[in-house]
Design a protein around this ligand. Sequence first.
Ligand code: FAD
Ligand code: NAD
Length: 363
Amino acid sequence: EKKGLASSAQDLSPSYDWFQTDSLITIVIYTKQKDMNADLVIVDCQDKQLRGEIIMDDHSYLVEIDLDHAVSEDVAGNIAERVGKIEIILKKKDNVHWKNLGRPSEGHNTFIKRTDRGLFYRKCKLVSKTEVTHDTKLFCLMLPKGTHLRVPTGQHVYLKHIIAGTEVVKPYTPVLPFLPLDFQEDGVHIYLMIKIYSHGLFTQALDHLQIGDYISVSNPEGNFKKSQVQTSEDLLLLAGGTGFTPMVKLLNFALTEVSCVRTAKLIFFNKTEDDILWRNQLEQLALKDERFEVQFILSQPSKDWVGKQGKISPSLLSEFVKRSRRDSKVLICICGPAPFTEQGVQYLKDLGYSQEEIHAFTA
Ligand code: FAD
Ligand code: NAD
């Protein structure tokens, strides 16, 4: 019986093979899993170092090799989605015959829990920095040429930087460069909307980066599943301050790719009018797409604010969080300062929403 168990675990593990022509090296990974897609394949090829990580649910398969010969930076990939076969195609710098693929690293050809695989970072170039509000900026980072990485909707990355001799790491959630929908990501640029705190350790350092400087960006992480949106009819997004960031790709995905979504409502909590991120774009989107609605709620409004005010509360939630039909399927996503998210989840449960209907974005 033990033997049977061992062999079935073996059967689940992907395997790989490689072959060459005069000019190309092709590495083929057989994931033995259907429904593979480009979001699940992360490739980094710099100099002679090749690293390919395949994400399979909560597991990760790694191909990591110090290649025998130099390859060019433009790495190509092919995914046969239905059969789960992935090809990584490298261009030889010199058209010589390779005797070996190279020297495998310690983690090469392992299939382990994602949480046991350390984060991998690559250096990305800061290509632009634009103002969003008085304290928030949109940073555009460019992935190196030999990197294939897409950050799935609802996931974040970690930025790493050395500050006063110490490595500091903080999570950030990629957004799109703007809201009006149908934006197709190019796979090269990563946009981050980051609030600069006047005494913030990391954000002060980020703010001091110059265009052309480099910063390390990790592989994506996060437990949000797109499938949660794919079955919902009413999408309710509760955001506090920069807790807005995961909502950007989520809205884009829901309104462009999910046909069952009937309504999408963003309830956006901020301190003052000046703090509202992308207010104009959100209002434009509401005019353009009748399924979308936005409600701004301020906790420290000026005297002339005629809109809603207050902090997250049972009464505000019962006013704005509603099903469009009595039996409609809802998904409520919430993100913001930890106390905001914690209170919000509790109030939603008190209002009768189930655990499955709520997704809280947390660390
Ligand atoms: P810190 O040095 O940690 O301090 C931040 C501010 O809070 C400073 O003004 C500081 O004085 C004050 N402060 C620190 N500790 C306390 C305390 N205990 N009580 C009161 N005040 C305190 N941020 C974004 O801007 N955009 C994003 O897309 C984004 N995504 C995130 C995704 C995840 C999963 C998580 C967990 C966080 C995300 N954040 C995001 C927050 C981000 O990771 C950092 O926490 C933030 O940028 C502040 O970092 P810092 O080092 O500059 O600030
Ligand atoms: P902020 O201080 O400007 O507050 C925005 C609004 O949140 C306030 O107007 C208020 O309505 C509400 N709020 C703030 N503190 C509250 C409290 N103690 N109780 C109830 N409501 C409260 O927010 P900010 O400076 O933009 O901070 C955004 C937060 O979101 C950060 O803590 C950041 O770490 C977090 N964040 C988390 C993720 C994630 O976990 N995936 C992603 C992005 C941002």
